[in-house]
Every structure is written in C-alpha cells, then in structure tokens.
Ligand binder design. Structure first.
Ligand code: MF3
Ligand code: CO
Ligand code: CO
Length: 328
C-alpha cells in the first residue's frame, strides 16, 4: 500500500532510504533528529519591577477563576485589543532571536523584558500549581506545550513553539507560534504548515450562533486528512480578565459541544497542537512539560479572538497585519 501523506511512517524506518532523497539510510541521515529533548538547568526566577500591575496569582501561585463571564463588555474588549496586539509584538520580537545556539532561557529573558517594556506582566510567571517558574513557554520538537525555558541551546533542525501571554490593563492576550531553527526537514516543515492551517480553519468556523464543536471539527478534519493527529488533553479556553476560564475550545469534534453556541463579545483562544505520530502525552517530573509518548514532533499555533456579529476578530494580530511566527 502506498501513502501520499507527509506523515507516512514508512519514511521513518531506520534502514529505508531517507525521505529527503539523499540516498542515505534514514538512520544515518535525518534519523538523529528523532533524538529526545532532555531537561536542562532552570535558572532563578526573574523579578518584575514594583510599578507593574500583577495578576492575582503573581505572589502565591494558583489557577484562574473559572466561573467568570466569557462575553466581555466594551471596555474590557478595548483593553483586550491593546494587550493582544502587544502580545503579538512580543511574540514576533522573541521569535526574531531564534537561532542555533540560543538557549531557551535567553528567549525567556527577552520575553520577560519585552513584557515589562510594554508596561505589562508576563502571565505565565508563577501561574498555576506548582507556579510556573518562567515568563514564556518554549516547547521544542516532541514537547507538546508548557516547555520550561532552560539551559538547552536550540539546534539546527529543531522546531520550537513560543507561547507568549501578556497581562496588562487587567486582561490577558495569549498567542503562540512554532518556528524553525536553521535548516529543518521537509516533514517537520509540513507539520508546521498544516498546524498553522488548522488554526486558520478553526478561526474560519467562528460565527455567532454556531456551536463551538464546529471549531474542533474543522481542525480535526484538516489534520487527519494530512495524516496527522490532534492532541486531546490541552484545549483552547475562554480568556479575558482571567487567563483560563471554564469555557473549553476543543480541537477535535466533541458532540457534547454542539449545544455550546458562540455569542457576540465572547473571547477565547484557539490553539491546536498537531502531532506527527502519537497525540498522547506524558508529563515530565517538573509537573509542566508535556511530551508525546512516542517522541515524535508536534507543532502549535494560537490566537486570542472575539466573536463579532460578522465573524471572528483576531485580537493577537501583529500591528502590521501579518500573522506572527510562520517561517515562510
Ligand atoms: N499560554 C498557555 C495557553 O495557551 C498557558 C501557559 S500556562 C503556563 O493556555 F503556566 F504554563 F505558562
Ligand atoms: Co492559551
Ligand atoms: Co498560550
């Protein structure tokens, strides 16, 4: 049987010719890119200046309140437009620093400073239980999400997701993108492209009166048509004055959500995580880093949106109108 999808596992048999056309065995060519990411050293917590207004969990940790409205008033929405746009700027600017040899901790230092320079607080810092120790999530290769920046230097051929959330004017703007490091293999580039398309398909399903299940259906059908899998354990979420509300936006079709209807003014994220192989995860001993069970790569893209009478409005678009992060 022949398969035409990028994800065809026959491409990854150790002794088969490498899919890249080099004529060498896969294990001698692109095989080493399957090497697992290992934890590095996590540096000390970075301080936030006195003058910056903090979210409620900044000092003692803890999660969001889930029982808050997902439909925003005009003033909250105006604040979310400003904060979302600056979150997109931070993501773009941290992404520009990506290169082989740069540590994920150096990306954290940059994100931390850019959030402060924007007059805001980096939402991940001390969020949750245990409190997340850094200001950005850096998820390399088979890390699905919530990778903690550490001493590991990025390598030629890696893919890395940067997830930036900025808290300012009392609201969060949450956005992420997957970037390529140096020269990246065709299969991984295909994964990144399809994942971005999955976010686009999900956004296109946003309209008042439609069920939230339409978003997951659109994403799942595109991912699976390309031979990829949808991560189930992590979802999009309501966002606004709280980081994560009780509204869950699934990236696969869930019939129970056919009765959850989108309303004008509703704000949430869409953030599909798409896998080359297994979509199931394990969590590292740090209680945060989620990796695929088979060690194969995943990619992710995220925007914060509001439902308008006319359809979706992306709140985390970069001011130049371009999507942040896509490596061309
Ligand atoms: N930004 C992530 C999301 O998209 C959440 C990160 S929580 C953290 O929902 F604590 F890990 F930063
Ligand atoms: Co999010
Ligand atoms: Co995010």
């Amino acid at each position: 049987m022949t398969s035409t999808t990028l994800a065809d596992p026959a491409r990854l048999k150790a002794n088969n010719p490498c899919w890249c056309g080099s004529g060498r065995k896969f294990k001698r060519c692109h095989g080493p890119s399957l090497e697992r990411v290992r934890p590095g050293t996590v540096g000390p917590r970075r301080p936030v200046p006195e003058g910056i207004v903090r979210p409620h969990y900044a000092e003692h940790g803890g999660r969001s309140r889930r029982d808050v409205p997902d439909v925003q008033d005009t003033a909250t929405l105006a604040a979310m437009r400003r904060t979302g746009r600056d979150a997109a700027r931070v993501l773009r600017d941290v992404g520009a620093a990506i290169a082989p040899g740069v540590t994920t901790d150096a990306l954290d230092a940059l994100c931390h400073q850019l959030c402060i320079d924007a007059g805001g607080y980096p939402s991940p810092l001390n969020y949750g239980d245990p409190g997340y120790p850094k200001s950005i999530c850096t998820s390399v290769n088979e890390v699905i999400c919530h990778g903690i920046p550490d001493s590991r230097a990025l390598r030629d051929g890696d893919i890395v997701n940067l997830d930036v959330t900025l808290f300012r004017e009392g609201v969060h703007g949450d956005t992420n993108a997957t970037f390529t490091v140096g020269t990246v293999d065709e299969l991984s580039r295909g994964l990144v492209r399809v994942t971005r398309e999955c976010l686009e398909r999900g956004i296109e399903a946003v309209a008042p009166g439609r069920p939230t299940s339409d978003i997951g259906q659109a994403i799942q059908s595109h991912a699976e048509a390309e031979g990829f899998g949808v991560v189930r354990a992590f979802t999009g979420h309501g966002v606004g004055r709280e980081f994560h509300t009780g509204l869950h936006i699934l990236h696969y079709f869930e019939p129970r959500d056919e009765t959850v209807l989108m309303e004008p003014g509703m704000t949430f994220t869409i953030e599909p995580m798409i896998a080359l192989g297994a979509w199931q995860h394990r969590t590292w001993d740090d209680d945060w880093t989620a990796v695929t069970t088979d060690g194969r790569r995943t990619a992710q893209f995220e925007h914060t949106l509001v439902v308008t009478d006319d359809g979706p409005e992306i709140l985390t678009l970069h001011p130049d109108g371009e999507w942040s992060g896509f490596p061309g």
